[in-house]
Design a protein around this ligand. Sequence first.
Ligand code: CP3
Length: 357
Amino acid sequence: MRNLVTKKIEKQSVEGKALLLTLRGEALKSTPLWLMRQAGRYLPEYREVRASVSGFLELCYTPDKAVEVTLQPIRRFGFDAAILFADILLLPHSMGQPLDFKEGEGPKLEVIRDLGGVERLNFEQIDRHLEPVYKTVKRLSGQLPDETTLIGFAGAPWTVATYMVEGASSRDFVNVKSWAFSRPDEFDLLIDLLVRGTVQYLAGQIRAGAEVIQLFDTWAGVLPEDEFRRFVIAPTKRIVEGIKSIAPNVPVIGFPRGAGVFLEAYVKETHVDAVGLDSSVSLTWAAANLQPVCTVQGNLDPVLLLSGGKPMLQAAHRILDAFAGGPFIFNLGHGILPATPPEHVADLVRCVRGWRA
Ligand code: CP3
């Protein structure tokens, strides 16, 4: 893995960047905030750019437009971080798996369900295919305000594999889980390929200027304990090691959605610098058991943001109160819903900015 990138990237200036300071373990008086899926359909200016391209993938692969939609929520709300506009499915796409986003239907992939399918994936062309994404990162790093941190990201191998094997979003994960349960050694070959591809992809983002990495493991919560250890914890640990060997100072945020009681093992064994909490996680439990080990991020229910008003503000205060004692990044428990009124986001930002312990 190490020979992919020979030169270590040591430089990182944390000065004036609240998100980076928090990820180093500092508990700041003013809590940094950004929101998962902060660029997207809830913003009219996003819908306008989106209407100018033929499809979602074109938006991801056109640096000028991807830069523009990444910057839109920063201009509007002044978040502490910008997250690269791309998608977790660009990696399998770059490995040669056909991918399409059908209007209103979500992703469609040509399914991979056996070793033959894994063997047809091509590792060599990843960087060439993803060059437009690296270009987007590079341009962003020159255009963001000094105090704004640039987050790069990838899907974690398990979550990416669910889409590769099911061919679309799934309710029950029958195909991918059957493969993982009945032929785990074979399934491990797919996971291993994704680990190596992810490190290479993230190394490209870091070289281009990404200052933090978030690993989205949206479907971590559907696995039983043994498989959670094998297909969530083990590959995430390898990716964290891979990133640290390339860029020791770039913090990694893991987001194992739905991990529940396995969160503690996830944090302690993967060595992520921060953990994203979904909305079901108990605040007092996380403050007592996770925050002493790493920075925590989360976890307002996206539906509270959608419905807004007093219940949203009260919930935000409960979260801020619970995590005030240690390093904390305000965020949602999952991505912004497309029907969210932008004014509610403005209300939330005002609430977090105005809060004092
Ligand atoms: O603002 C940001 O957070 C950056 C961009 C971003 C997108 N997807 C853009 C996107 C990020 C970080 C993602 C991550 C992603 N993509 C995840 C993990 C996070 C999560 O939400 O669970 C997953 C599972 C995907 C795969 C994916 N992409 C699905 C299932 C869908 C269809 C559902 C949907 O929300 O439309 C997408 C499409 C997608 N990715 C859109 C955006 C803005 C909407 C497409 C459009 O604008 O037409």
